[in-house]
Design a protein around this ligand. Sequence first.
Ligand SMILES: [Mn+2]
Length: 423
Amino acid sequence: MIDKGIIEASNDEREAGLRADYDALAEQLDRRGIDIAGIKDKIAGFGIAIPSWGVGTGGTRFARFPGPGEPRGVFDKLDDCGVIHRLTAATPRVSLHIPWDEADPADLRAKAEETGLGFDAMNSNTFSDQPGQALSYKFGSLSHVDAAVRAQAVEHNLHCIALGREIGSRALTVWVGDGSNFPGQTHLARQFDRYLDATKEIYAGLPGDWRLLTEHKMYEPAFYSTVVQDWGTNYLIAQELGERAQCLVDLGHHAPNVNIEMIVARLARFGKLGGFHFNDSKYGDDDLDTGAIDPYRLFLVFNELVEADGPGFEPMHMLDQSHNVTDPIESLMVSATEVQRAYAQALLVDRAALAGFQEGNDALMATTTLKRAFRTDVEPILAMARLEAGAAIDPVAAFRASGYRAQVAEQRPAVAGGSGGIV
Ligand SMILES: [Mn+2]
């Protein structure tokens, strides 16, 4: 854990400057008819979940270069997630991935209490085989031609729900690697039918206050077709399963240049937007840090979320990234902040003016209205929300000053092997 004194010392150096910047921004926003405190309160109440696998160093299919002090298991991961939340006050929940994070629920609850965290959606894994597993997922899981393999995959998902219930989770995210690598390898229609039948069995085992989120992905690991290929397929699944089935949008799981904000608007409009996996990409499912490549796209997504906000609209927000060359704790802190930044900027959009320009077919002023919000430097709002929550004005600076990574490197021997799947 990070010592309180470290955070206070780091903040002492920066607080006067922050207050001056915050007051200047407050005055600027006031002239635009915006109350800065209202924006800050919304940011303070906005949490982003950390995936347990995110705190380990990621890798590519070529290599993985482990960093020092990598977590050895779920309890180390929760320690690292606790540090991220301690310094940012932005990441109150952790999303577990089974079987990697399998543990006694009482121990998980105790560790969560110790680290000040809760649990977000449970993630199942039927895209790789585990030691001792009876049947292989090489040719699929929930859509496999063999009913026994499908049953095994259903059983695993039901187990994830059972564990999740014990630790206070309220959602199951299902992503499958099922698909095909060659034209003709599978019967596309029958394979989807099998997937639907199996997933309906999981849905039937869902507690009344839970949601089932299905995640689409255009390609990989199957390279010709995937069973849950795109948002249209995902929407069909959510429709077929029922009210508590919703679509999960991973920003990296689309073809380049696809208009993701429009997908978000569509799903939200029909009550099927379940949540997000945030990351950024340049070419494919690059799993780069959120906002690293195209922060304007992230802003446009949040613009749709603010537009759709209302009673019962509760999409879940999680980071899903692969940190190959950075310290995962630092990347996750910066990324959580980028999500908050996009949200704050979207809250600044003058919606009445925008609606007027849209109705009047004034394309130039409509897009300028969005740009004006996007151009506003909201960092003082984010930093002030952190300061008031007892977190760090500059989380990365405080983290580096803490020496946390060097400390855990002494306790945790280097890990050479692979890490949990990132999807
Ligand atoms: Mn994902």
